[in-house]
Design a protein around this ligand. Structure first.
Ligand SMILES: C[S@@+](CC[C@H](N)C(=O)[O-])C[C@H]1O[C@@H](n2cnc3c(N)ncnc32)[C@H](O)[C@@H]1O
Length: 880
């Protein structure tokens, strides 16, 4: 079985929408979506200040908060805050799977490192750009120029252009240095099944994919896979776009709330199955990345608008969600597996408190790993053992200090100590239901009314929203009989210290290595999670799950894990917390959109599908196939998401195999999927690895619990040529080419450097205009339709040409009189530049780089017929 280890170039869509817009509230009105959203560290180019007013880099609440938390020693405070106010230097990663990985590395080392030296104006820095010492293989780089400098300084223009273009074509990824850290602590192997729970926009997913592909033997796909999940559909699309550049057949993108990520287990099979078998019967992961939503104050240097928005309530508001996501991650983790919990926030309530709570809930089943020996060159600080909680202007050192009416908001789990869990149970029972909530985004209170139950619910008092909160606090104290006033609490209570070895967590602070801030904890699952009795956890007062109170009750593993982590019903996907079922009749009938019994679906999918005709609505999810009006489409379980269908049309598969001469050792059957149940209207066929295939099978068997927005690698695309001269109706896609290349024996031409260069430059060339007579003849005699042209470096005899990951190849179309490339302008330009750097004496890039229209005109001069080129452009437009 084969695959391209080095990935090809892909056409990239330009996402015009502002990335701020992708943070949307699910239930939000326009007003709500205008609210400040916790910053996403990975968003490139946030533009929250379009008028270019300098951002205020001060927030007294912020400074007071972090000083009090002892986030850095007192004598470092000035340096810390000073660096935090400076713009973040740009950082980027080289895509190690990219075909030009070595060329890019040499360009950085031999060219830019030297030529940019003169531009350094930072007295602390020696190098203009340098590899990050802790990132393996010189794959990640730090530049000492901020984004602003890169944009404004003319002498940096060439480097800026390089970054932009290589990022665009996928040879590098611009990513904050500290955001590259979490995947490194996952200790990934190529056969690992990895879940990235909050994955968009996908920088870390990309890294994870690189890791599983890294050790591929040429021509082999790894046994592992990555499931990249995000709750936000638009951000999922961003992720799909981003990871396309990786050209991986080992990726599934899902769209779930991470805290309710579904169970996919065939119960009957799990008990006795082991190893590979177990993998096929239950969805569990060797590695889980929980890069949870957070306040993002570690990204202040990149997103200075956070200075204005920040308040302590934001972190408090996210804490519970973060715990729930981490617990779900642990439930889905295999025994022996590793999970990384990370945030780009500095706040202990979002960090150490979350880690302490998951350790508390997991009992002895989970260990916080000491990874101080890993990545020794990465400067990090140990996690905090003690911190305080700030709520509405009060410092709270212990849960005992929390006013009763705030106990729905400020939970025991936010504090360092376990002591509060020993509170008298009646005290818990008397707590009011959650009536005050914190907006996780702004940190502001949402309380239409405060219902205060201080007498087992018999004596309810209601305080109208308009009541000043301080007054409310006093009323609460009156009614609840608290002995101390809020003022008394401030600064008076004893500091709690956590019993957990939280010093094993890592906090990266900006002034240590001129970076952003980040928090990372590495957890190992030692045994199946046991259900921890409710009164020994800090579960919110809102939760009333029936978890057995007898801690000795040894629940069946799966049940225990399900109950612990799926305890909140998923309001958006009501079925996602259900137990999995083998019974396909449990497929959500309401979301089925058609009646057609589709022969390509596995039979278990077909049972009990009722006739339920509906027009298919095109959506923006995944590789949606637009179905012509009036056509029927079998819809999967998830409304609005195209179904995933195994493509089993033998006639078409055979025609593809025979047209391109794909050798039998490359399996197509069982590895092809589409998003359209009507085989006659399938536009794109995706190739999936065996690992993805097995998950897909399992997903069908459990009634399609996974809401899959994208999967696999787009490999074949329907091509309608005007004269229908091609014997195969599917052309190869650029993304799929590296995977197929070693297995193709027909429709392939090997061009000299000069002819290859001409093709890239002029895009369409008439056969007589090729310089090499042998190539001219072969091109003329090729079957009409899609073909591949490789660069024959050194003009080797055909039988000596090796087709492997290092081969430079492009998809073309052989018409009646000419050959045209099916590569976007940008990719063609990039490839020409790469060739000019690799073969400096043989290839010159003419001035047409700046003047693309000239090259087009010249192409026409050389000779172009009208045949089908417009089609390709239109088609390419569709792709890109
Ligand atoms: C910090 S960002 C993740 C960055 C990403 N790991 C990367 O490296 O590109 C957090 C992501 O969590 C997503 N998110 C927020 N709440 C979520 C939830 N309940 N379940 C899953 N994803 C969630 C957001 O849409 C956002 O894309």
């Amino acid at each position: 079985m084969g695959g391209g280890q080095k990935r090809g170039r892909t056409q990239r869509k330009h996402f015009k929408q502002s990335k701020e817009n992708v943070w949307k509230y699910k239930n939000g009105s326009d007003e709500a979506s205008k609210k400040t959203r916790p910053s996403d560290p990975s968003d490139e180019n946030p533009n929250p200040n379009p008028s270019w007013q300098p951002f205020a880099t001060q927030n007294t609440g912020f400074e007071e908060y972090y000083k009090a938390q002892g986030i850095v020693p007192e004598n470092e405070w000035e340096e810390f805050i000073c660096v935090l106010r400076k713009p973040l230097p740009a950082a980027f990663r080289i895509n190690s799977s990219g075909q030009f990985f070595h060329d890019i590395l040499s360009q950085l080392e031999d060219d830019f490192m030297k030529s940019l030296e003169a531009e350094i104006d930072n007295e602390n820095e020696i190098d203009a750009i340098r590899p990050l010492p802790w990132y393996p293989g010189k794959l990640a780089w730090h530049s000492n120029f901020s984004r602003m400098q890169l944009r404004k300084n003319q002498t940096l223009e060439r480097f800026h252009e390089f970054l932009k273009q290589e990022n665009e074509v996928g040879n590098i990824t611009r990513q904050e240095a500290v955001s590259m850290v979490p995947p490194l602590f996952l200790d990934v192997l190529p056969d690992h099944h990895i879940l990235d729970m909050c994955a968009a926009p996908g920088s870390k997913t990309f890294q994870l994919l690189e890791m599983i592909h890294q050790l591929d033997k040429p021509g082999l796909l790894p046994n592992g896979l990555v499931i990249a999940n995000d709750v936000d559909v638009q951000r999922c699309n961003l992720l799909i776009h981003q990871t396309k550049r990786m050209c991986s057949a080992n990726l599934i993108v899902t769209n779930h709330e991470a805290q309710h990520f579904p169970n996919c287990s065939l119960k009957s099979c799990t008990e006795n199955s082991t190893g590979e078998e177990a993998r096929k019967h239950t969805l569990q992961f060797d590695r889980v990345l929980c890069d949870v939503p957070c306040t993002g104050d570690g990204t202040l240097r990149k997103a200075p608008d956070i200075w204005r928005k920040w308040n302590a309530g934001m972190g408090n508001g996210l804490h519970r969600l973060q715990v729930d996501i981490a617990m779900r991650g642990l439930a889905l983790l295999k025994v022996g597996g590793r999970m990384v919990y990370s945030t780009c926030s500095m706040n202990p309530v979002e960090n150490e408190a979350v880690v302490a709570e998951v350790l508390r809930r997991s009992g002895d089943s989970v260990e916080l790993l000491d990874v101080s020996g890993e990545l020794p060159e990465l400067i990090r600080r140990p996690g905090l053992k003690t911190w305080k909680v700030r709520d509405r202007g009060l410092w709270l050192a212990s849960y005992r200090d929390v006013p009763r009416y705030r106990r729905g908001v400020i939970t025991p789990s936010m504090f360092p100590s376990d002591q509060c869990f020993k509170l008298d149970q009646t005290e818990h029972d008397n707590m009011q239901e959650e009536t005050v909530t914190i907006d996780a985004v702004t940190g502001t209170e949402n309380a239409s009314s405060l219902e205060l139950s201080h007498d087992g619910g018999n004596n309810m008092e209601t305080i109208e929203t308009a009541v000043d909160m301080k007054e409310a606090v006093s009323i609460v104290h009156e009614v609840s009989g608290m002995s101390r006033s809020p003022e008394d609490l401030d600064g008076e209570t004893k500091v709690e210290v956590s019993n957990y070895p939280l010093e094993r967590c890592m906090r990266i602070v900006p002034h240590d290595q001129n970076s952003g801030a980040f928090f990372i904890a590495v957890l190992k699952k030692i045994s199946p999670l046991q259900a921890v009795p409710e009164n020994q956890t800090s579960q919110s007062t809102k939760r009333k799950q029936k978890i057995p109170r007898n801690s000795n009750e040894n629940l069946e593993v799966e049940n225990a894990e399900t109950k612990l982590s799926e305890c909140i019903p998923d309001q958006h996907h009501p079925t996602s917390a259900e137990e999995p079922s083998n019974d396909s009749s449990k497929i959500d009938q309401s979301s089925l959109k058609t009646t057609e019994v589709e022969p390509t679906l596995p039979s278990n999918q077909l049972n009990n599908i009722e006739n339920d005709l509906e027009e298919v609505e095109p959506t923006d999810i995944g590789e949606n196939e637009k179905v012509s009006k009036g056509k029927l489409q079998i819809q999967g379980r998830w409304r609005g998401v195209d179904p995933v269908v195994f493509f089993q049309e033998k006639t078409i598969i055979d025609s593809i195999r025979s047209f391109y001469g794909i050798c039998e050792s490359f399996p197509l059957e069982g590895h092809l999927v589409t998003r359209n149940t009507d085989a006659n209207h399938v536009k794109r066929i995706y190739y999936i690895s065996k690992s993805v295939h097995d998950i897909l099978q399992l997903n069908f068997q459990v009634g399609q619990r996974l809401k899959i927005t994208s999967l696999g690698l787009k490999t074949f695309e329907r091509q309608a040529s005007k004269d229908s001269s091609s014997l195969c109706s599917f052309r190869l896609s650029s993304e799929g080419l590296p995977l197929l290349l070693p297995y193709i024996s027909k429709q392939i031409l090997h061009a000299s450097l000069l002819d290859f260069q001409h093709l890239l430059q002029y895009r369409t060339i008439k056969f007589p205009d090729f310089v090499d007579s042998d190539f001219r003849e072969k091109a003329t005699n090729l079957m009409p339709g899609c073909c591949v042209v490789t660069l024959n470096e050194g003009n080797k005899p055909i039988d000596e040409i090796l087709l492997d990951a290092s081969t430079i190849a492009i998809v073309c179309w052989k018409g009646k009189t000419n050959l045209s490339i099916m590569v976007s302008q940008l990719d063609a330009q990039e490839l020409r530049e790469r060739l000019s750097i690799r073969f400096p004496s043989e290839v010159t890039i003419s001035e047409d780089k700046e003047n693309n229209s000239n090259s087009e005109a010249e192409a026409k001069k050389i000779s172009v017929d009208n045949e089908s080129t417009d089609d390709f452009e239109a088609e390419l437009d569709n792709i890109s």
